[in-house]
Design a protein around this ligand. Sequence first.
Ligand SMILES: Cc1cc2nc3c(=O)[nH]c(=O)nc-3n(C[C@H](O)[C@H](O)[C@H](O)COP(=O)(O)O)c2cc1C
Length: 174
Amino acid sequence: MGRPTATPTGHEILWPDTSIIVSKTDTKGIITYANPTFQKLAGYTDEELVGQPHNLIRHPWMPRCAFKLVWDTIQTGHEVFAYVVNMARNGDHYWVFAHVTPTFGPDGTITGYHSSRRVPKRDAVELMTGLYASLCEEEAKYASAKEGMEASTKMLLDILSSKGTSYDKFILSL
Ligand SMILES: Cc1cc2nc3c(=O)[nH]c(=O)nc-3n(C[C@H](O)[C@H](O)[C@H](O)COP(=O)(O)O)c2cc1C
């Protein structure tokens, strides 16, 4: 099936703050589990999700540097929190506040990853919408994706350091 062909509609799906979206992946980000809430919101069946790369629901409003930060953190065995806007099958979007963690095997090696997501606060969504738009704009200035990501990562770190904070502190303060 690969990446979705839908184009973003700009319509936000608001979801219940009593729900939790859960997915698990292998070490490469291939979905191995998707809970019914995930299936319903994203608009895919279990069979359509399991076995697909998690970027199936990637929204173009997400800057590359945000995913790099997530992957760099979980691949080194740490947990990370992130605000993510995802795209449903029909092009609508929904915001989540995600907690992503590595899963370890008996020998201590990473065997996969787990993400649980709650409904984010509206203030945080508004702030992150603007921040991600600026980071995407920065990335778009570069012909190479790698250079764009390096520039947006620098931009993010500069913003955080100008506020005298770290990524973790900033995200958890929203
Ligand atoms: C456990 C886990 C959950 C993830 N959840 C999402 C998600 O909800 N939405 C998303 O766009 N990417 C998610 N990702 C990141 C994707 O694997 C991928 O890095 C991202 O979609 C960027 O894709 P791209 O490199 O094709 O641009 C998740 C990764 C892991 C390991």
